[in-house]
Design a protein. Structure first.
Length: 445
């Protein structure tokens, strides 16, 4: 049964870890940092789609250092803060394309990287905010003309540009979906905001998922315990996880895109320090547990509201890239594969390739076989639960995971044992809004 909805939550959550929420197991409050976690995650500062080739080696080295410092059971808030700020402070993008422009982008990125390495985060943040304020607050004539085009039934230029970018990256399926979509809903509209809140119900404040369950399950992953034998395996899992991201995969609220890690790792190879750092980060996240406050950063997601034909809203959540990498590494563990295999053949919803096709074709073969045998005494029942994925009880998820897939319990408990931050992304030039939910389950976790 889904958790009952509670009192509406505030639109902007308090800064991460300041002060700690009542009942939170975290005993290390976040110190005052500039910019704050809420400012970084809620800002709409864009990041480059591709890192310039001449910057990839230096960016990869800095990312490896940042991830390596965080890849410990108890990372410092300063280390988490630097990793969260890095994409929007160093990899930010303002301007247009072209060969000459790309050289300027590479030069500016190298300069920002030097400032970042010397700790000039406040200066970089001020520059990024200043560039954002340069954009006009009143819609220019071209935007108003674009609105008239939409009323006439033609596609807006922003959507055309996004489709072209996806085609250039080879993401043909995503380009086709965007071509057939009805565009983004206005998240500033109170009716749209109400629909989004209804699709992401909140639990009662006193209800904590898995409150009576263990906070950490100790045990072997079934693949050896020596550090020398484990480190290459985790690096290989991280490399496979990064390579498995399809072209055009979007980044989370921090702005770190999967293609950024792809380009940096491919520049240095599978044995690079960045791949090893990502492998160590995944190992620590799966076998240990981070402080509870880290969840608000690592498990935050961008919520994209798409308009539906019937006037409804279809929310698409995009999680942080690092969290998705940990989930992919977790599914590559032999212990998890064996535990998930025990759920077959009934479990066809998660981690099963071509599951929808197998269910449809299997049902078709079954009906055909019964017709050939002359058996007409059967009924096919299809059940469609309204908003099922967003209404599932996190407590039920954790208990089922502990009973069936205990190897994944530590990571799922970290992700689902507290409220999640959703940052709603509206039309262009609109600031993102934040909502905190307790019952929502993330796809791909």
């Amino acid at each position: 049964m889904p958790d009952p909805p509670g009192v509406p939550v505030p639109m902007l959550p308090p800064p991460l870890g300041t002060p700690p929420r009542p009942g939170s197991p975290s005993t290390n409050p976040c110190p005052p940092l500039v910019p704050t976690f809420a400012e970084v995650l809620s800002s709409s500062i864009p990041t480059v789609r591709h890192i310039p080739a001449m910057c990839r080696q230096s960016v990869a080295a800095e990312l490896a250092k940042l991830v390596g410092v965080v890849a410990v059971p108890t990372p410092t808030w300063e280390a988490i803060h630097r990793l969260t700020c890095f994409p929007k402070l160093v990899l930010r993008s303002f301007g247009r394309g072209g060969t000459k422009h790309q050289r300027k982008v590479a030069h500016d990125m190298e300069q920002r990287l030097k400032l970042f390495q010397t700790g000039q985060l406040s200066q970089l943040w001020a520059e990024a905010r200043a560039r954002m304020l340069v954009r006009p607050t009143v819609a220019p004539r071209r935007t108003r003309g674009r609105a008239r085009m939409e009323e006439d039934g033609t596609m807006p230029e922003s959507q055309v540009g996004a489709i072209r970018a996806l085609i250039e990256e080879g993401a043909l399926s995503k380009a086709t979906k965007l071509l057939l979509s009805r565009g983004l809903a206005d998240s500033q509209d109170p009716s749209v905001e109400g629909k989004l809140r209804a699709l992401h119900p909140t639990a009662h404040p006193h209800l904590v998922a898995g409150a009576d369950l263990p906070s950490l399950v100790q045990g072997s992953l079934g693949e050896g315990t020596g550090a020398d034998t484990e480190e290459p395996k985790w690096a290989k899992r991280a490399w496979d996880a990064i390579s498995s991201f399809p072209p055009g995969s979007a980044g989370g609220p921090s702005g770190l895109r999967p293609v950024h890690l792809k380009e940096c790792c491919r520049k240095l190879g599978e044995g690079s320090s960045l791949v090893q750092a990502l492998g160590t980060f995944s190992e620590v996240a799966i076998t240990h547990t981070f402080p509870a406050g880290v969840r608000e950063v690592l498990c935050a997601s961008s919520l994209i509201p798409l308009s539906k034909k019937d006037g409804g809203v279809r929310p698409i959540a995009v999680g942080e890239t690092l969290r998705r990498i940990v989930g992919k590494c977790l599914l590559r563990l032999e212990a998890v594969k064996e535990e998930v295999a025990c759920l077959q053949p009934r479990q066809c919803g998660v981690g099963v390739q071509n599951a929808a096709e197998m269910v449809g074709m299997g049902l078709q073969r079954l009906v055909q076989a019964m017709q050939v045998e002359g058996d007409t005494d059967y009924v096919v029942l299809q059940v469609d639960v309204t908003n099922a994925f967003n209404s599932i009880s996190r407590d039920a998820v954790l208990r089922g995971c502990l009973a069936k897939v205990p190897t994944a319990y530590n990571w799922l408990r970290f992700c689902y044992n507290g409220p999640s931050t959703l940052l709603c992304r509206g039309p262009p030039r609109r600031r993102m809004r934040a909502t905190r939910v307790r019952t929502w389950s993330r796809p791909g976790s």
